[in-house]
Write a protein that binds this ligand. Structure first.
Ligand SMILES: [Mn+2]
Length: 269
């Protein structure tokens, strides 16, 4: 059995089957994880969900910001904009199956003892165990009867730092922001959720989370994440692997095989 992790698909289904074939992925014996943002902006949201869901237990994902946004649109919290590309999926007869399935996906997982996976990364100052605990608390809310309440309150960028969170609800929202939206973090631990640039022009006094002085990784630990296409797959930190190589923006779709530490990529068709 091999474990593979695919970057942000964002409803671009076309490159996925040839990429899986290139890497000799076998759904009967192997496990495929996605870094989240399965859908959002791209042309084939319904077909992508059908394809991934048909992989059954050989596929799993952590949730990305676009996946959570989709749940908010489904719940009527946010308006369905054509640019989201959700229309055909929202009117599918199987929509409830997909929604229930997405709601029960985690925000973070350990793929093996030392490999952490989330959509955006790990908050500097948190250990894997902190992120997994709070991701579990978010999942508890997302799978409860009142799941819409959390999604309705998640839009916005406050609180900015973990030490500013007072209520349980604020801790859940901060966890969602760290695990699905984070890029740059200030020296004192404040999230900058506005800047989307790459590493050439970082905002003043802020660090990409993966080179933040408070990020503490043991030598055998690794983080796999997506979300940040402007990195073009480069972090400068061998322990933090960026898998969003921006297929939706004209780049490539990336797949990583854990056991051999091998990358596979598919260019635009
Ligand atoms: Mn994202």
């Amino acid at each position: 059995m091999a474990t593979y992790v695919v970057g942000d698909i964002q409803a671009c289904l076309a490159p996925l089957p040839p990429l899986l074939e290139k890497a000799s992925f076998n759904p009967d014996t192997d496990q495929l994880w996605a870094v989240g943002d399965l859908i959002g902006r791209g042309p084939q949201a319904l077909e992508t969900m059908q394809f991934l869901h048909n992989l059954g237990s050989s596929f799993n994902t952590v949730l990305g910001n676009h996946d959570l946004h989709f749940l908010a649109v489904y719940a009527g919290i946010k308006r369905d904009k054509p640019s989201d590309g959700f229309q055909a999926l929202l009117t599918s007869p199987d929509i409830d199956v997909y929604v229930d399935w997405l709601r029960s996906r985690p925000l973070a997982v350990l793929l093996d003892e030392g490999t952490f996976l989330s959509h955006a990364g790990l908050y500097p100052g948190w250990q894997f165990s902190d992120a997994l605990y709070w991701a579990g608390q978010v999942s508890e809310a997302l799978t409860s009867d009142k799941w819409q309440d959390l999604l309705a309150s998640m839009y916005g960028s406050e609180p900015k730092a973990w030490h500013d969170c007072t209520s349980h609800q604020e801790k859940l929202i901060f966890t969602i922001n760290c695990l699905t939206r984070m890029r740059f973090v200030s020296a004192s631990g404040q999230l900058d959720l506005q800047t989307k640039s790459g590493l050439l022009s970082p905002p003043t006094d802020k660090h990409p989370w993966f080179s933040h002085p408070s990020l503490m990784l043991l030598p055998e630990q690794k983080i796999l994440f997506g979300h940040w296409a402007a990195l073009e797959g480069h972090t400068g930190n061998a322990q933090c692997l960026a898998l969003d190589t921006g297929y939706i923006w004209g780049g490539t779709l990336s797949l990583y095989k854990l056991e051999s530490a091998t990358f596979y990529r598919i260019e635009q068709q």
